[in-house]
Design a protein around this ligand. Structure first.
Ligand code: GTP
Ligand code: SPV
Ligand code: MN
Length: 664
């Protein structure tokens, strides 16, 4: 389809013709806004090539300048200073402030955040140094349909990413940045992702006009002087340009330039759209860097499971957004009496490198938790609840008349006089009082479950990978893959119901390979290939498992109690890693043998356990048909090993294997 389209906010409007791909495959239920037309490559389309050439010629010097820093550009400033100057020339702030990360500075930033009027101080007695921020109601979650990978060729981004030509993106988004910070302060936020002295860590710099973003970045990363010192006069940092713009989703872009290791984000002040160290750098850019450099950047929590005697075994678990990573990483174990305890290393992202001992070692690149508030209470996650009473920023939660934060699932009924996340007097007619994607930002070290090794420069050795999703049906509570290649297939064919962590419909099953669908910075077929290769390179590769805490019974209720009880599944995984317990073969993988799961103290019927572990061949046939459609999108670029695994599963389901399937 061809359509005419006008570039926004340029002095002389330019009309060009591009081919348009309609709805990006990763986002059901959302139409592309007219401005987010995906440009075809300059070579395709009737006059696309001419038009793009013309844009490039018209790029203002400022837009050209705000590129990745280059050592060659100036003999006067450092690459960082030059890049900041360029960004300032483009966005035209009234003043530029380099952040040092000190507590005095934090006070000034918080004061500025409060002055902007969308944040307020919470109860100083019960929640000292805690704040409530209310974001714009149209800016409450990541916007995947406005998130782009700007690689030279469309195929470099692959069929699961939105793509824009880098030059066209610079021009188009540059126009939105042009003068965007007029009347505002530009904060320069240098930060390190990972423990300061870890060889796996990397530096980034975010310039932003949002004090709320600065205050969050200070919690989420090692921010300020420590990063500035590390960067010095080098160009070894990932620059990120951020402006809240006018917060209009019609003028919102989250653009990544993996080849340049550069991020541009405009028009959103929320979460992963705006805290550029998190999903933009630590996953999209880092996944690209990791493949170039031989390591892995994954959407995984990292936990240590302590067993009786004190040995700690580390695991990484990849669940899609709002599918239980933070809660699993911070759980209070239901088997604490038996000596099983969970230690938190990270709750969202893992950077992993093969170490001299032959294990994959993981660090948590973040320094804080940006966690989902609804559903978090003393019964589900007491560790984080105790952490949240100090030094925490709450976003889009409700507030009680005592100026304390409140949300659905906190464990107390809504008090009279509750103010909802939109700053209105709440009553039941208004729906949930906290937004479903309301979050807290809290320093990781405040959790009582924080691992003594969470800042170990060498990271922790990973013995198991756990994939998982929200599946009302199909996926059993837990199963183990037969080997690495099968495990990669299990990850690549993962699916999960969508959640409020991204805008769009909630509860729709979509394929979300390795929980990386919205976060892989390059063609996912190449990502699968890289996973297959890593299995050969790691002398002691983690065993690969799949879990599902969200299976529902005929009454629609969750069959498994979840949260702290999930340790029972972790214990089985640990025993499998150690080769110390029994499993039963099904067509999809190995499930716990009868009585192999420790269930003492848990009220759960044998029938329910059967249902939780059942593999229904018909459901799996349907699922296979769906994963085939998904894999077909990658054409011949899909590794042949995944097709093989798909066929093998199909054969196991339709032949002898089906009789082995446990059915509920
Ligand atoms: P992101 O931070 O968006 O990446 O999400 P996450 O993967 O960290 O998910 P999180 O732990 O915040 O959980 C998301 C929602 O799922 C919350 O409302 C939790 O209360 C709920 N949840 C987490 N674990 C479980 C579980 O074991 N069982 C059930 N039923 N719900 C859970
Ligand atoms: C997620 O959506 O996976 C999050 C929240 O962790 S955000 O930082 O907004 O990406
Ligand atoms: Mn989380």
């Amino acid at each position: 389809m061809n359509t005419s389209h006008r570039i926004l906010r340029t002095r002389r409007p330019v009309t060009y013709t591009v081919s348009v791909d309609c709805i990006p495959p990763c986002q059901p239920g959302l139409d592309f806004p007219p401005h987010a037309v995906r440009l075809a490559s300059p070579q395709t389309g009737s006059c696309g090539s001419q038009a793009v050439t013309r844009y490039r010629q018209r790029l203002s010097r400022a837009i050209c300048g705000a590129r990745r820093p280059s050592r060659r550009r100036s003999i006067v400033g450092t690459p960082l200073e030059n890049w900041v100057d360029d960004a300032a020339r483009l966005t035209k702030p009234d003043r530029v402030v380099y952040c040092d990360g000190s507590s005095e500075e934090d006070e000034r930033i918080i004061a500025e955040m409060l002055r902007e009027g969308d944040s307020e101080t919470l109860n100083e007695k019960t929640y000292p140094n805690c704040y409530l921020h209310r974001s714009s109601p149209n800016d409450v979650a990541r916007t995947e349909h406005l998130t782009f990978i700007c690689a030279p060729e469309k195929d470099d981004a692959g069929p699961t990413n939105n793509w824009m030509d880098p030059g066209a993106a610079k021009y188009k988004i540059g126009a939105l940045f042009d003068g965007a910070m007029r009347g505002r302060t530009m904060y320069v936020v240098p930060y390190i992702m990972g423990p300061v002295n870890s060889p796996i860590s990397k530096a980034g710099v975010e310039v932003t006009d949002s004090p709320y973003v600065v205050a969050n970045m200070r919690i989420m990363a090692r921010m300020g002087k420590v990063a500035l010192d590390r960067i010095g006069s080098s160009s070894d940092f990932v620059p990120g340009l951020h402006s809240i713009g006018d917060l209009d989703p019609m003028r919102r872009y989250i653009a990544h330039f993996p080849q340049e290791k550069l991020i541009w984000s405009v028009g959103s002040g929320y979460g992963g759209n705006a805290l550029l160290g998190k999903k933009c750098f630590a996953l999209r850019i880092a996944s690209y860097m990791a493949r170039e450099q031989g390591w892995m950047a994954e959407h995984m929590l990292i936990l240590g499971l302590e067993s009786p005697g004190g040995k700690v075994t580390y695991m990484g678990a990849a669940f899609p957004s709002a599918c239980g990573k933070t809660n699993l990483a911070m759980m209070v174990s239901a088997l604490q009496d038996q000596g099983y305890r969970v230690w938190t290393v990270g709750d969202d992202i893992a950077w992993m490198k093969i170490a001299d001992d032959g294990y994959l070692h993981a660090i948590n690149p973040e320094a804080g938790f940006f966690g989902v508030a609804p559903g978090t209470g003393m019964l589900t996650n007491p560790n984080v609840m105790s952490a949240l009473h100090k030094n925490t920023i709450f976003t889009n939660v409700a507030m009680t008349p005592d100026r304390e934060p409140w949300w659905e699932g906190i464990g107390s009924p809504p008090p009279a006089g509750l103010i909802n996340w939109k700053n209105e007097k709440w009553d039941t007619s208004k729906g949930p009082a906290a937004h479903a994607n309301a979050r807290y930002t809290v320093p990781a070290r405040r959790s009582p479950s924080i691992s003594p090794k969470w800042e170990a420069p060498e990271g922790v050795p990973i013995s198991a990978f756990i994939f998982g999703g929200r599946r009302a049906r199909v996926a059993p509570l837990v199963y183990e893959s037969f080997d690495w290649q099968h495990g990669v297939f299990v990850g690549a064919s993962m699916a999960s119901e969508t959640t409020a962590a991204a805008t769009g419909n909630v509860g729709i099953v979509r394929r979300d390979p390795m929980a990386m669908l919205p976060f892989c910075g390059y063609n996912m077929a190449d990502y699968f290939r890289y996973w297959l290769e890593m299995g050969k390179r790691i002398p002691h590769p983690p065993k690969i498992f799949h879990v599902n805490w969200f299976r529902r019974g005929a009454d629609g209720k969750f069959l498994w109690p979840g949260y702290g009880e999930n340790v029972r599944v972790l214990k089985w995984i640990l025993e499998r890693v150690e080769g110390a317990c029994a499993a039963e073969e099904t067509p999809v993988g190995l499930v716990p043998a009868r009585n192999a799961l420790t269930l003492d103290g848990l009220q759960i019927s044998p029938g329910t356990m059967e249902e939780l572990l059942s593999v229904n061949p018909e459901d799996w046939e349907d699922d296979l048909a769906d994963s085939k459609l998904f894999f077909d999108k990658f054409g011949s670029r899909l590794p042949r090993e995944l097709r093989e695994e798909h066929e093998k599963l199909s054969r196991r389901l339709s032949t002898k294997g089906a009789s082995l399937a446990r059915s509920g």
